[in-house]
Design a protein around this ligand. Sequence first.
Ligand SMILES: *[C@@H]1O[C@H](CO)[C@@H](O)[C@H](O)[C@H]1NC(C)=O
Ligand SMILES: *[C@@H]1O[C@H](CO)[C@@H](O)[C@H](O)[C@H]1NC(C)=O
Ligand SMILES: *[C@@H]1O[C@H](CO)[C@@H](O)[C@H](O)[C@H]1NC(C)=O
Ligand SMILES: *[C@@H]1O[C@H](CO)[C@@H](O)[C@H](O)[C@H]1NC(C)=O
Ligand SMILES: *[C@@H]1O[C@H](CO)[C@@H](O)[C@H](O)[C@H]1NC(C)=O
Ligand SMILES: *[C@@H]1O[C@H](CO)[C@@H](O)[C@H](O)[C@H]1NC(C)=O
Ligand SMILES: *[C@@H]1O[C@H](CO)[C@@H](O)[C@H](O)[C@H]1NC(C)=O
Length: 408
Amino acid sequence: MAPRFEPRANMEDLEASFLDKKKKDSTKWKDGVFYYTLCSAYALAFCIALTLLMLLGFLLVSNLQKYRVTETSQPQVPCFFIFGDSISDNGNNNDLVTMAKANYQPYGIDFPGGPTGRFTNGRNLVDIIAELLGFASYIPPFATARGEEILKGVNYASGAAGIREESGQEQGDRICMDRQLQNHQITVSNIVKLLGNNESLATAYLNKCIYSVAIGSNDYLNNYFLPQYYNTSSIYNEEQYAAVLAQQLYQQLLTLHKLGARKVALFGLGLLGYTPVELATCSTNGSSCVENIDNVVALFNDKLVSLVDDFNSNLPNATFIFINTTQISLNSSSAEVTDVPCCEVLRYPQPETQCVPLGKECSNRSEYSFWDAVHPTEAAYVVYGERAYRVESPTDAYPFDIESLAQL
Ligand SMILES: *[C@@H]1O[C@H](CO)[C@@H](O)[C@H](O)[C@H]1NC(C)=O
Ligand SMILES: *[C@@H]1O[C@H](CO)[C@@H](O)[C@H](O)[C@H]1NC(C)=O
Ligand SMILES: *[C@@H]1O[C@H](CO)[C@@H](O)[C@H](O)[C@H]1NC(C)=O
Ligand SMILES: *[C@@H]1O[C@H](CO)[C@@H](O)[C@H](O)[C@H]1NC(C)=O
Ligand SMILES: *[C@@H]1O[C@H](CO)[C@@H](O)[C@H](O)[C@H]1NC(C)=O
Ligand SMILES: *[C@@H]1O[C@H](CO)[C@@H](O)[C@H](O)[C@H]1NC(C)=O
Ligand SMILES: *[C@@H]1O[C@H](CO)[C@@H](O)[C@H](O)[C@H]1NC(C)=O
């Protein structure tokens, strides 16, 4: 997709006063038209000063044309950085040696251009949020993001990744949260360079962005609840494990804050027990483990709320919010089919999670909650994304939603 949007970078403040004027002057405008209309509207001396300023003052001046955006495509924040797992991944695993990849059919069947590495039939959670924030194109994956496009944000999310390094390793390679933060450090250095090596300018820019963090499912489904591969459940009881995960995430979020994040949305984990793969596993197991999984995961979600309170009272100028995914899923009018995947997934010899390559899929996809045996359909992501962005019920987000976070 051609990146139509480019952030306004450090031209923003300079232009802010002009933009108000421009809105009054005309609704349609092109770069050159804007500039010369201004010149006719203001004194000649002002225009000369403006021209000199533009020519001399800014490294980005040569990119000025590209940095213009149309009114409709102007996002509410200059950039959006994304951390997490397969809920958000949009291609970072494509070149890794892992079973956790989705760059094959039927994934992407409803996405323009087909499979991209998104673990769903169409757009994923953060695509919906990027659209609602007003971005004209999706946030590029770290694996392929280059040059100036990083100014609008980068997606570091990796399928099977967790807060803990080992989570998901039974699937193969993945980029755990600590490595995602290292990748963000690289992006931050590159943004400083793009902004003329002006650290304070870069910091002010990064402070305005939204950061989403949706991680932890694999620390349960691909760690704690897989005792045949992992020993965490023999080391920690359920409460201790939630505390250990929250403590590690706390450190990771402090690192993110040090790298300039001031507006952070933390996504709680959903009802992992009700995913088709767990329903299948639990039924073959002959035990009612579904509620148990959800109760254990709820312990971690409670800790996320405490993290939000802690950060909001102790970190200067930072705002964290919690998205209650469980609440949204319980409170939304549910799809007709919630217990089986839309695409063809192997159930024998053991229940699998991903679609069979080139397998069949259901035709009525908007009636299904799950695309494969763990990942929501685009239709479900639309509900999660819309309600995370703008709450429908007050408890969808705490203390408020992403739209309010953007406006701070
Ligand atoms: C960095 O950018 C800020 C804001 O535009 C400006 O005030 C400051 O002079 C710049 N610093 C340097 C060293 O260029
Ligand atoms: C758990 O497994 C890890 C390796 O995955 C190992 O380093 C550690 O010693 C084990 N701990 C226990 C208590 O078995
Ligand atoms: C299957 O049942 C055993 C005990 O009957 C339990 O320990 C295990 O956690 C169950 N599997 C899952 C996925 O919950
Ligand atoms: C908090 O924000 C204010 C106003 O933007 C700024 O002056 C101050 O330095 C910031 N404090 C910290 C610790 O970043
Ligand atoms: C999320 O919402 C559910 C359902 O409304 C509620 O039971 C739970 O306490 C909430 N979780 C948190 C951590 O606020
Ligand atoms: C969602 O919760 C609101 C109250 O906050 C309630 O009025 C509404 O009926 C609920 N919707 C569903 C589908 O459960
Ligand atoms: C979806 O389509 C399949 C086959 O095309 C059909 O069996 C199923 O009943 C439909 N589901 C719903 C909820 O309409």
